[in-house]
Ligand binder design. Structure first.
Ligand code: GCU
Length: 136
């Protein structure tokens, strides 16, 4: 199956706001997470089958400081780096391989430092074996 895109602005946002003042996002905007530890976006994603998928978080971080986030999915938590992208209009993708159950799965990205998360654009879910089914 092809990759599926879940927009950040359609997720459940805790301590963040939807904005559109930095170009290059998909959908209607991005989530500007508050600059606090614990700011988060959560999605409910659908898996046709149990097994591994690649999650791809698209983000911008216009600062020089990493904005790490813990990503929980399928019962596991992984802390990922979201290093500076050079500007708030330069978007990059960070990926992590996780194992889902069939049906609905919660995926939550939570900022771990007082700087909060980066600006989050979307969550991609790629069920291919290579996890490289991304055109962006
Ligand atoms: C700037 C930028 C925001 C960003 C914020 C931050 O204010 O315009 O989009 O979210 O910095 O540092 O998190």
């Amino acid at each position: 199956a092809a990759a599926t895109l879940y927009e950040a602005e359609n997720g459940t946002i805790s301590q963040g706001v939807v904005e559109s003042n930095h170009a290059g996002f998909t959908g209607s905007g991005f989530v500007n997470l508050d600059n606090v530890a614990g700011s988060s976006v959560e999605w409910t994603i659908q898996a046709a089958d149990p097994g591994p998928v690649t999650l791809a978080l698209r983000y911008a971080n216009g600062t020089a400081v990493d904005r790490p986030m813990t990503v929980t999915a399928g019962g596991t938590a992984t802390t990922l780096s979201f290093p500076g992208t050079g500007s708030w209009t330069t978007w990059r993708t960070v990926t992590v391989r996780v194992t889902l159950t069939a049906g609905a799965n919660a995926v939550k990205a939570t900022a771990t430092t007082a700087n909060g998360g980066p600006n989050l654009d979307s969550l991609g879910v790629d069920p291919s074996s290579t996890g490289t089914d991304w055109s962006r």
